[in-house]
Design a protein around this ligand. Sequence first.
Ligand code: ATP
Ligand code: ZN
Length: 283
Amino acid sequence: MKTLKIAIQKSGRLNEKSVELLKNCGLNFENYKSSLISPVSNFPLEILFLRDDDIPEYVQDGIADLGIVGENVIQETEVEVSYLQRLGFGKCSLKIAVPNNSDINSLADLHGKAIATTYPAILGKFLKQQNITSDIRTISGSVEISPGLGLSDAICDLVSTGGTLKSNGLKPFADVMSSEAVLIGSKAIAESNLVLELIQRIQSVLRAKETKYVVLNVEKQNLAAVTALLPGVKSPSVVPLAEEGWVAVHTVIPERDFWDRISQLKQAGAQGIVVMPIEKIIL
Ligand code: ATP
Ligand code: ZN
């Protein structure tokens, strides 16, 4: 069987989460910091550790079959690859920011101004859509210091919390794109069985992350009120307790409305609520 290759970031913001995701998929490999390739011992897969900027092209050219990389990098490199799965980490936005005391107040004010960025292709497209002509200055890093040095009037850079902007006296001004890590595949490989197997494993890990396993006790007379609040995968399991008139309910709850759901369950008569993380959900 052909061995697949998946490219992930060697070091940086996406490395740890990419490795964690693959390990949670049951893939067994050494996370060598020094080597470029690590074989997976229990799946026909090799992991290539690369700079994130190189990943889209490697996948497009078929040197790697799959890759994990930020959408921002894919859009900037303008490659032909298949988007296979959003991965829910590495979330950030590409924003235009200006100095706190800037007289740039609207997008139109950017006309004729200098904007420093490491994302000239994405920024260029965005400005074109807005019918704005600015002087895009492509620099390779530390974009946030360029207005202070007098190199530009504005910047266009990735922001997650906004802390870096703030500490450099900048304020976010316009959203250009939002981004997260995605699994991409070369056009040729996207449909193969091995790829589908890997995508299914990834989805089962992502699904499990979004849900918690909950066990609670409830008096039989309150059972209907409690189960009405529980969607479960199909329906909750109900197990009799040694104490007459009581049952234990086992179910899963979505992470996003978790605390609301728990307080509703308590009001409906649930007691001794135990909450556990889930490793995988296979549908
Ligand atoms: P490399 O050495 O691989 O080229 P890099 O320095 O270009 O790394 P990182 O800073 O590690 O890249 O960021 C990798 C990706 O993480 C970004 O392309 C983006 O998709 C995502 N990311 C999430 N939050 C942020 C953030 N606050 N700033 C920058 N990137 C972020
Ligand atoms: Zn990079």
